[in-house]
Design a protein around this ligand. Structure first.
Ligand code: KG4
Ligand code: ZN
Length: 333
């Protein structure tokens, strides 16, 4: 089964052709990072306009790199939410037009489901059920994934997403966008125990996250001591990163153990973080039978192959989207 995926929910224009929901024959991502960097974050209007320019060339490139003609496709999958409404609309409208003119079935895909199932493009894919930790620029959520299309939300962030905590923290430190990548790099040379930050936890709601207090703690630290240079900056990045990672790892395993899930899957842009990958693997070794699945960093950040994977299974279940498909910017999984 051959499915074309299209993804335009934020600042990457992406298209990919995936075979049987397991193998990406092409995976094209046109990133807008350089465009948004000078503004220190994603500017929604600029994102939409650039998707308009990029989307057809990206789709053409994905089809030609896969050596696929329209006739060989079994369907088209598009992200219709959650995300920036103007950005989503570009992908949705293009997918509808292509589906109509090529005479192919269309399905809508939830961007977060895409992240959760990106791991199926890895050689080592998990069996269901598994605990999924989705950590991206807009979301931080724990899911019990029971089958394709069947996910139970166990906990989520009450305020900032983990990626936002990285990005906003980096901005405070004068580091370039996207902040997660910058902090990850600097933290490698730093001591994570140099500065004590509060745990990013919520009292009571024990599988939820909260990162806004941590961000405020960093702000106070910078107001008091200024932004350090050299080793001091590396220590600050490592300590701040450690506080984010600690919260993510602790809650992921708390959820996995409570639901007796033996597989933990990391997903979303922040899953590319080297310390998170290391910490989650270290922690898994403490529990007998626990296995962690870490998709390659390229599969963690936004891409369309993951959308095609989710779409393949939605098509198999008989789901279809009609010409009335619209963007759903706050679609909850
Ligand atoms: O999943 P994604 O590409 O887009 C969204 O759906 O949001 O995630 C983007 C987020 C950004 O906040 C970025 O700073 C973060 O992922 N990120 C990282 C790393 N690479 C990307 N955060 C920490 N460490 C990284 N290496
Ligand atoms: Zn994403």
């Amino acid at each position: 089964m051959l499915v074309l995926g299209i993804e335009t929910s934020c600042d990457e224009t992406a298209a990919s052709v995936v075979e049987d929901g397991r193998r990406a024959l092409s995976d094209v991502v046109a990133t807008q990072i350089e465009i948004h960097r000078r503004w220190g974050g994603v500017v929604p209007e600029l994102a939409s306009r650039n998707h308009v320019v990029q989307v057809m060339p990206v789709v053409d490139e994905a089809m030609s790199r896969a050596g696929a003609g329209p006739e060989s496709l079994d369907g088209i999958a598009v992200t219709s939410g959650p995300g920036l409404v103007g950005a989503l609309l570009v992908g949705v409208q293009v997918a509808k037009a292509i589906a109509l003119s090529w005479g192919k079935p269309l399905v809508r895909v939830n961007h977060l489901e895409g992240h959760l199932v990106a791991v199926f493009l890895s050689e080592d894919a998990p069996a269901f059920p598994f605990l999924g930790l989705v950590v991206s620029g807009g979301h931080t959520s724990l899911y019990a994934a029971r089958a394709f299309g069947d996910y139970a939300l166990l906990g989520r962030t009450r305020d900032d997403a983990a990626g936002e905590a990285f990005d906003k923290g980096a901005k405070l430190l004068g580091l370039p966008y996207p902040g997660g990548v910058a902090i990850d790099g600097l933290a490698r040379e730093g001591d994570p125990r140099a500065i004590r930050f509060p745990k990013a936890m919520v009292k009571g709601a024990d599988l939820d996250f909260s990162f806004s207090g941590l961000k405020t703690a960093l702000l106070h630290h910078v107001r008091r001591h200024g932004v350090p240079e050299g080793k001091g900056l590396a220590d600050l990045c490592a300590s701040y990163q450690e506080a984010i990672v600690r919260a993510l790892v602790e809650k992921a395993f708390r959820a996995a153990r409570r639901l007796q899930l033996e597989r933990v899957v990391l997903a979303g842009g922040v899953a590319a973080n080297s310390r998170l990958r290391e910490a989650i693997s270290e922690r898994a070794r403490e529990y007998e039978g626990m296995k962690v699945f870490l998709p390659a960093p390229r599969l963690c950040t936004d891409n369309a192959a993951m959308i095609a994977v989710a779409g393949t299974h939605a098509l198999s279940r008989g789901e279809r989207a009609g010409p009335d498909l619209n963007a759903d910017p706050s679609w909850r999984l």
